[in-house]
Design a binder for this molecule. Structure first.
Ligand SMILES: Nc1ncnc2c1ncn2[C@@H]1O[C@H](COP(=O)(O)OP(=O)(O)OP(=O)(O)O)[C@@H](O)[C@H]1O
Ligand SMILES: [Mg+2]
Length: 444
C-alpha cells in the first residue's frame, strides 16, 4: 500500500471558539505544513492542541465558531484520539481495522488486503479474529493507527499516542509510526508532552500557546524541571496484604507504609489499576487478606470492603485512570463542592487553593465534560484532595500534563505526603518515581 504523497496543510488566520466558552481556543493561527513533513505539536494543557487536531480532521463540534481558513488537501485524514479506549469500535481486530474502510465505501475485495497490509505495517502480528479487549494499551494505539492507514489517510493526526503506555508500549508505537510514515509518505502531526520520545522522528516543532501557533526549535523544548526527592521510609504499615488475589495476576503479599508515598509500577496489563481499586475498597478481592491499620479505620471493621461509601469517602480519596467516570456535576466548581457537602465538611479554603494550584480557576464555570484531557485529569485529582483524605490513591495522576503542571502536581503530592497523608500512585513515569517513590511496589 503506497500513497502517492502526503497532504499539504495550510492555516490562514484560523480561529475557533468552543460553543460554551467565551474565549476562543485558537485565535488567528497561521502556519504551513508541506507534504510528508513530520510535525510535533506541543503546548500547555488546555492550549488548544486537541482542538487543532479536530479542526484538521474536520470533526469540530457544530455549535462552535470557526473563522479564517484551514486547508487540508486530502480526502482522507486519520485522527487517533487522546483516549486509547474510546476508539476501539469492533470486538475483533480485523473488523476494527476494516470499519473505517467500510464507512468510506471501499469495495469489499479491496478491504481485507488493506487490513492485512495495515496490521503488518504497525507490527500487530495477530490473527484477524483476535479480541480487541485482549490488547494492551500500546497494541490498541497501533490498532487505531492501522485503521487510519487502511483508509489511505494522507494526513495522520495522533493525540498523545504514548502518554499512557509503559516504556515497551511507547517504543512499539513510535517504531510503528516511523515505519508507517516512511512507507506511506503521509504527513504526520503528533501531539505529545514527553517530547523527547518523538524529537528524533520529527522534522519540525510547532507550539500552541495563548491560542497562537508558532514554530520553535526542538532544542528549545528542554525545560529543566526541578522536582523533590524521594524520602526515606520510617512509618509503620497502613495497608497490609497477605496472599491478596485480585482479578488479575497471582496472589500478592505486601505492605504500604503510612505517611509516605508509594508507587506501583509494572507493564500494561499487570493489574495495577485493579490492585489500586481493590486497596481503595472499590472492588472486592477474590481471595486473601487486605487490612488497613486501626489508625485509619477508627472503629470500622478491618476489611475495607465492608465499609459504607460515606465512611470510605471520608478516609480514602481515589483518582481513577479515566477521569470522566468520576464527574457528576455541571461545573468545575460544583464538582469540587459536591463531595464536602455530602460528607458535611467545610472545604471552601481548600477549594480556592486547589483551583489555583491545579490551574483550574479560569475553568470554574466550565462543564467538566468539555475540559481538555489534562484539565480533566487535574480536576479529578482536585476532587480527591478536597476532603483531605488520610489515604490518597491515584491511577496515572500525571497522565497528559505539560512540564509545568507536572511539576506543580508532583510538589503538591510531596507536600501532602510530608504532612502525613499516605499516597499510593500507579505510574509509568520515571521522574514521578524519582520524586515520589519512597516505597516501590513493582507488579510482575
Ligand atoms: N468540547 C468542548 N467544549 C468547550 N470547551 C472545550 C471543549 N473541548 C476543549 N475545550 C476547551 O478548549 C481549550 C483547548 O482545549 P484542548 O482540548 O484543545 O487543549 P489541549 O491543548 O489538547 O490540552 P491537553 O494537553 O490538556 O489535552 C481548553 O480551555 C478546553 O477547556
Ligand atoms: Mg488534548
Amino acid at each position: 500500500m503506497t500513497i502517492a504523497t502526503g497532504a499539504r496543510v495550510e492555516a490562514r488566520r484560523f480561529s475557533y471558539r468552543h460553543g460554551s466558552r467565551r474565549d476562543p481556543a485558537l485565535s488567528d493561527v497561521s502556519f504551513r505544513i508541506e507534504p510528508g513533513e513530520r510535525v510535533l505539536l506541543t503546548g500547555d494543557s488546555g492550549s488548544g492542541k486537541s482542538t487543532l487536531l479536530a479542526a484538521l480532521a474536520g470533526v469540530l463540534d457544530d455549535d462552535g465558531e470557526p473563522s479564517g481558513s484551514l486547508l487540508v488537501d486530502a480526502d482522507s485524514t486519520g485522527l487517533v484520539l487522546q483516549d486509547p479506549d474510546a476508539q476501539t469500535v469492533a470486538s475483533r481486530i480485523g473488523d476494527d481495522v476494516a470499519f473505517g474502510c467500510e464507512n468510506l465505501g471501499v469495495p469489499r475485495e479491496e478491504i481485507w488486503p488493506r487490513v492485512e497490509a495495515a496490521l503488518e505495517m504497525v507490527g500487530l502480528d495477530l490473527p484477524l479474529d483476535h479480541p480487541t479487549r485482549h490488547l494492551s494499551g500500546g497494541q490498541k494505539q497501533r490498532l487505531a493507527l492501522a485503521g487510519v492507514i487502511a483508509m489511505g489517510a494522507r494526513l495522520i493526526l495522533l493525540d498523545e499516542p504514548t502518554a499512557n503506555l509503559d516504556p515497551r508500549g511507547q517504543r512499539d508505537v513510535i517504531d510503528a509510526v516511523d515505519n508507517v510514515v516512511r512507507r506511506t509518505g503521509a504527513t504526520l502531526i503528533v501531539v505529545e508532552h514527553r517530547h523527547e520520545l518523538w524529537t528524533p522522528l520529527v522534522d519540525r516543532v510547532l507550539q500552541v500557546s495563548d491560542g497562537h501557533v508558532r514554530e520553535i526549535a526542538a532544542a528549545d523544548l528542554d525545560v529543566e524541571v526541578v522536582l523533590p526527592e524521594r524520602r526515606h521510609v520510617s512509618g509503620s504499615a497502613l495497608v497490609a496484604a497477605r496472599d491478596l488475589l485480585t482479578q488479575w495476576g497471582s496472589p500478592r503479599s505486601f505492605s504500604i507504609p503510612e505517611g509516605a508515598s508509594t508507587v506501583i509500577t509494572g507493564a500494561n496489563g499487570a493489574g495495577k489499576s485493579t490492585l489500586a481499586l481493590t486497596i481503595g475498597g472499590l472492588i472486592p478481592p477474590r481471595r486473601g487478606q487486605l487490612e488497613l491499620s486501626g489508625h485509619l479505620r477508627s472503629g470500622l471493621q478491618k476489611s475495607v470492603h465492608t465499609w459504607k461509601s460515606a465512611d470510605l469517602a471520608r478516609r480514602i480519596g481515589t483518582v481513577f485512570q479515566d477521569p470522566e467516570h468520576q464527574f457528576v456535576s455541571r461545573s468545575v466548581r460544583e464538582e469540587l463542592e459536591v463531595g464536602p457537602r455530602i460528607m458535611g465538611i467545610g472545604a471552601s479554603e481548600r477549594i480556592e487553593e486547589l483551583l489555583d494550584r491545579l490551574r483550574l480557576r479560569h475553568l470554574q464555570q466550565a462543564n467538566p465534560f468539555t475540559l481538555s484531557g489534562g484539565e480533566k485529569r487535574r480536576l479529578s485529582v482536585a476532587t480527591a484532595l478536597v476532603a483531605a483524605p488520610a489515604l490518597l490513591i491515584l491511577d496515572e495522576p500525571t497522565f497528559g500534563q505539560d512540564p509545568s503542571t507536572f511539576r506543580e502536581l508532583v510538589w503538591l503530592l510531596r507536600e501532602l505526603s510530608d504532612s502525613g497523608t499516605t499516597i499510593i500512585s500507579v505510574t509509568h513515569d520515571p521522574d514521578f518515581i524519582r520524586a515520589l517513590g519512597d516505597h516501590h511496589l513493582e507488579l510482575t
